[in-house]
Write a protein that binds this ligand. Structure first.
Ligand code: SF4
Length: 289
């Protein structure tokens, strides 16, 4: 396992920071084309509460870069990060224009785009292939679970088989694939969680973003949690799972995230994720980072 920091330093020669961007897109299981209401854990911001939406892509990048520049210093690069909702759920020319604007912004050395495996049709793949020829392209796929049963419960609205096909197509065009996996989804056993990791490894995912399930305000999951129908993992319990998952990864797999941190303003649980500094220290200690 390689940490994202090490991977970026080795690949780009310096530290890389993300500049989050919001595109004017939604998601097929929000707008009714596949489903409504979204995944049960997904907030109104489409899992991307931190970006400055509502202005042009270049100004969003400019703003994001200026926010971290004092910390980052001059010897750093930036990744244009299309984070919220499903960023390939748009017309190919809209995507092409957005990618072109993002990748020509000052300081941008790579692009990362979050999407779903079922939103990667041939024309979209062609646009992504063009982008991958220009600079490193990371595509983040929200798998969350390998179980179609759990997927139905969380309202993911695509079949697991589509994930492996998407990874294959993305690797063919030269994209670096990062898979999002959630541990602690309702009804999931320990073996099911490990099966999810094995599926992603077998599919050929390059990187991984793990997170514990967290409960945000105004989501269907929040209602289930308040009705005591969902159990949330404790810190030790969650990182025991992460440690075992890491043991299943190939040596060159990159772990981009050991756990997520939900936006504090709308985070209901788990309590332990609220103290980010404590969690980071715990991760560094436990995983020797
Ligand atoms: S696919 Fe992504 S953006 Fe859409 S509802 Fe699920 S988590 Fe949210």
């Amino acid at each position: 396992m390689i940490t994202a920091n090490k991977y970026f330093r080795d690949t780009f020669g310096h530290k890389m920071y993300k500049a989050s961007i919001s595109m004017n897109v939604t998601c097929p299981n929000r707008d009714g084309s596949k489903g409504t209401g979204g995944c049960i854990f997904c907030s109104e911001g489409g899992s991307g509460e931190f970006s400055a939406s509502g202005c042009s892509i270049s100004s969003q990048i400019e703003r994001a870069v200026s926010q971290v520049r004092s910390k980052a210093g001059d010897n750093a690069g930036y990744i244009a990060y299309f984070q919220s909702f499903t960023n390939t759920y748009c017309l190919p020319d809209v995507l092409e224009k957005a990618l072109s604007e993002a990748s020509s912004a000052v300081g941008i050395e790579a692009v990362s785009i979050a999407t779903r495996p079922d939103c990667l049709g041939p024309e979209i793949l062609e646009v992504l292939a063009g982008q991958a020829r220009k600079m490193p392209l990371f595509v983040e796929l929200g798998l969350q679970t390998a179980s179609d049963e759990t997927a139905e419960f969380i309202n993911r609205c695509y079949k697991t088989a589509e994930y492996a096909d998407a990874v294959k197509s993305l690797k063919e065009i030269g994209a670096n694939v990062i898979t999002h996996i959630i541990f602690g989804l309702p009804g999931e056993t320990h073996d099911m969680m490990m099966d999810t990791v094995r599926l992603a490894v077998d599919a050929g995912s390059d990187g991984y973003k793990f997170t514990c399930l967290y409960v945000l305000e105004n989501t269907p999951l929040a209602d289930l949690y308040r009705d005591n129908k969902v159990e949330i993992l404790g810190q030790e319990e969650y990182f025991d799972i992460v440690e075992e998952a890491i043991g299943l990864l190939p040596e060159d797999a990159v772990v981009h995230r050991f756990t997520g941190d939900g936006p504090k303003k709308i985070l209901i649980a788990p309590e332990w994720t609220k103290n980010k500094r404590q969690v980071v220290n715990y991760i560094n200690r436990r995983f020797g980072l």
